[in-house]
Design a protein. Sequence first.
Length: 875
Amino acid sequence: MSKKYVYLFSEGNENMRELLGGKGANLAEMMNLGMPVPFGFTVTTEACNKYYDDGEKISEDIRKEIFEYLMKLEELSQKQFGDPKNPLLVSVRSGARASMPGMMDTILNLGMNDDVVEGVASLTGNPRFAYDSYRRFIQMFADVVMGLNKAKFEEIIDEMKDKKGVKQDTELDADDMKEMVKRFKKFYQESLDEDFPADPKEQLYRAIEAVFRSWNNPRAIFYRKMNDIPGSWGTAVNVQMMVFGNMGNDCGTGVAFTRNPSTGENKLYGEFLMNAQGEDVVAGIRTPQTIDQLKETAPAAYQKFTEICATLEKHYKNMQDMEFTIEKENLFMLQTRNGKRTAAAALKIACDMYDEGTITREEALMMVEPKQLDSLLHPRFDDAALKTAKPIASALPASPGAACGQIVFTAEQAIEEAALGHKVVLVRLETSPEDIEGMHVSEGILTVRGGMTSHAAVVARGMGTCCVSGCGEININEKEETFEVKGVTYHKGDYISLDGSTGNIYGEKIPTVPAEISGDFERFMKWADEVRVLKVRTNADTPKDAAQAVAFGAEGIGLVRTEHMFFEGDRIKAVREMIVSKTEGQRRKALAKLLPMQRGDFEGIYEAMKGLPVTIRYLDPPLHEFLPTSSYDIAQLAKDMKIDLDELRSVIMGLHEFNPMMGHRGCRLAISYPEIAEMQTTAVIEAAINVNKAHPDWNIEPEIMIPLVGDKAELKYVKDVVVRTADEILKRENVEMKYHVGTMIEIPRAALLADEIAEEAEFFSFGTNDLTQMTFGFSRDDAGGFLNDYYEKKIFEQDPFARVDQKGVGKLIKMAAELGRSTRPNIKLGICGEHGGDPSSIEFCHRMGLTYVSCSPFRVPIARLAAAQAAITNK
Ligand code: PEP
Ligand code: MG
């Protein structure tokens, strides 16, 4: 039997999400649950993939199957496509496996043409409705299928409103709508040099193709990259009989969540508009009413809707986000899905649903997206400063958090300014899906139009970005790059602050304070700790970062990059002295100046970590990174060191390397200058002795890590220096203290020869930044410049520097872990590259049986949850 590419809703169920997409599977499931769902069918994700495999063409077989199902839909609905006496109109909507709100395209009212519209007008006795639906269809079709600019259609509407002297679309009557249809079609014909297609079947076919195409539009690709959604999933297409919310005042449409997506409060939350179509609510063009008001406006539909909400939430064991339409007082469900929510709401919902007995702890843990926790770890406004600040306006608290930054008016400006390291707040009339990248880099988003479920609100909540929406008090002048509120004008570049939890807007900079883990967050993280197998350490170079990481639950430090301390204050002078020294004697003199500073740093870190393990890595980067570059600094150094300026210049020139990343760095430095490793060992061991004396119960055992090793002999050479120096100090001080020497695995050769290296190394830590760099041969400093081309051309979907490339780099990790264990069965294995804080990489580390992951302090809670989820999914 040939493969089936199309399913009626009644043939599917919720477990068929991979094939039918989330929307299709859930529509089918709602139908199975006996809920009022308009009839329809789903063209599968496999059809989408086949469309791409066949060179962006729908094959003849699939085309036939689609039209077969169209006939079935005609039977079920007892309406006919293109029949003016009894017309079937459909919506065509995308639906991927994971929900991607607003990223792909939707077309409503498909099936309209000049004859059908007349039929609809006489059948409903409502010509305004008929022509309004027709003009919307032309507009959407032109935009989605033919790529015509939406703005031109809006211009035509504005012209007509101006001519008539009215402000609202609703003030245009049937004749105006008829005229509008004419003008839209004329514009369509002139722009594309073809007539608007009158054949509903052709309309349908082209619409389905357009939805498949939209799977690869730039914003969908960006969204997928941000949310780890593979391009190979494809999107399904749902073709569904239209029900109309815009047929009169006993009709309406809305969206609602079973719980509050901002706070998690267990109360129905949503918005609706009477006499409107779906896109009016989400596009934020008209400001809607709250769902509570539906109780009075349409009591029967409201009653039914609340019952359905309760059933759906219980059924899916998750907060639901639903779309509905009321047609002549009858309720229809158009969608349900697990609702996007803020991190705070996610935690409250998970804890509440556990307490309500709906879900287990493990199910609760799986309900929160680890990356989302990030938004709870960042600063909030300082209470005292907030009290004295006076809001300039207030609007809807669409996505919580505190944002403070310089005003920008377009997504492009946001991207440009953020690239320069500026913090920006994006101020827009309304946002559209094209703005997603600009929204992503902004501290906060402020919109003039739109409700709590507008695009800006939904997307901002998903990203954990603060958003205040629907601030009608603001007048934006995009040309002048200003906005005005209550007589005061704000310019591009001025600072404003937004409070996404109250909706307040401030025309000033407000200081922020650090976050803390308490309440639901704390309780939830304890559950995660009970379940996870991987330990979570942090990468920290200062006592302050170390303390922050401990507050976030770090169980040790996996990487202290000692060179970072060398840049501080006056130390750089001593470092430079060490580098330009010509003799060992000179170098030792400079190192002697650095010793007390390093020892002090390590003491501070040991104190902050209160006896938790600390891995200290020895000097790693190319030395010339520390050298002065400006003539002034070079002259200053020559003066300080009392050496000849020209001589210093020639030393600096001599240190120049063509490829410093593969140059004189890592253990190679200690091989050339063992006295550096001696000084660092002295600092580590003496610091540990001192702190152990002050806190005998902490029992510190230093972990010394040698970087960039590719051969056992390299490690052995440096290790011998370490052991000799350490043992001498311990003997001199008459102290018994264990210490450990290990290495980073960050050069492919080290992974290949890990069994030999493990003879010397007590532990391995995978330095996946360098390991990725050297495995791919991509410079980690330059790859950003060309990897975008890789994403665009679909050569790569993900940044290998952000997410472990399991196929290649992962193979080396697996091999090194196995080889290491073959020599030293209990070898401690960790990861300290950037990947240590990435949830999908953490899952990989769990499977590889690593002991710990180490990541930056702000990613520690994310890693704790990701490690718990890895343990649950790999049970
Ligand atoms: C690494 O290479 O992954 C690593 C942690 O070291 P660094 O980033 O300091 O090179
Ligand atoms: Mg490295």
